[in-house]
Write a protein that binds this ligand. Structure first.
Ligand code: ATP
Length: 246
């Protein structure tokens, strides 16, 4: 579904992302971990198109997307969580999702089409809110949501683009401990119907609950990419995390 082959990003002589190769199968959940500064965000930026790689290939299906801008990759089914800044805090939650659905589907100038299309857009927005457990908060102003609810809204915005591959960058950041289990279940429900997830997350307990396989980055290179059990037992991985709790 998504694959990177010898993907690299260098600044001068320094390899921030160093010949990373991995594959994400249809319906698979791949967790990505690594100590601070390992290159996780940089790798994400290469995959989404925020940064141009210095070398290597990024395949979405059988198409090399490495040279495509982010919006073209999104059109091909690669979705990443919106940053909080793309949420309109003064608009209701439902309106935020409706706008995202509309932006994805594009508008029609024909009046007779517009009414039907509007109903479809509202229905799609409501379905996305329902999937993340925010249906009851549709009328609330987005700016008033708690952290955990904001993360759910970000996922609903992501679903508005109907992605086949979902990239989640630290979805638990800032979420209070009591809200984590519910968010874990929302994220778990994202795979299925062939959808795949690649998630960077610092909370190992969350990764262990969700991931089919775990990729470990260290100094820009992939140390391991295997089942959670095998990765946790890998002495090189344990060494990379020396001083940090795995
Ligand atoms: N634009 C840039 N210019 C120079 N160095 C950069 C740039 N972006 C990232 N780096 C460096 O690349 C390394 C990897 O950074 P990156 O943010 O990708 O790591 P990370 O694994 O996401 O870290 P964290 O877990 O702390 O978020 C760091 O040493 C960082 O300082």
């Amino acid at each position: 579904m998504l694959a990177a082959h010898a993907l690299s990003w260098r600044i001068g002589e320094v390899a921030i992302v160093d010949e990373v190769t991995f594959e994400l199968a249809a319906g698979e959940f791949l967790g990505m971990i690594g100590p601070n500064g390992a290159g996780k965000t940089s790798l994400f930026n290469l995959i989404t198109g925020v940064r141009r790689p210095s070398g290597g290939r990024i395949l979405l299906g059988d198409r090399d997307v490495a040279a495509l801008p982010p919006y073209r990759r999104a059109r091909l089914g690669l979705g990443r969580t919106f940053q909080a800044s793309s949420v309109f805090g003064s608009l209701p939650v439902r309106e935020n999702v409706r706008l995202a659905v509309q932006a994805y589907r594009g508008g029609s100038m024909r009046l007779w089409r517009r009414a039907a299309a509007d109903r479809e857009v509202v229905a799609a927005a409501d379905a996305a809110l329902d999937r993340v457990g925010l249906a009851h908060r549709g009328d609330a102003l987005a700016g008033t949501l708690a952290h955990g609810e904001k993360r759910k809204l970000e996922i609903a915005l992501l679903l508005a683009g109907e992605p086949r591959v979902l990239l989640l960058d630290e979805p638990m950041a800032g979420v209070s401990a009591e809200d984590v289990p519910e968010l874990v279940e929302v994220i778990r429900s994202l795979t299925g119907a062939g959808r795949s997830v690649l998630m960077v997350e610092h909370h190992m307990d969350v990764i262990l609950q969700l991931a089919d396989r775990i990729a470990v980055l260290h100094h820009g290179a992939l140390l391991a990419c295997d089942t959670p059990q095998t990765v946790m037992a890998n002495p090189t991985v344990q060494e990379a995390y020396l001083g940090e709790q795995l």
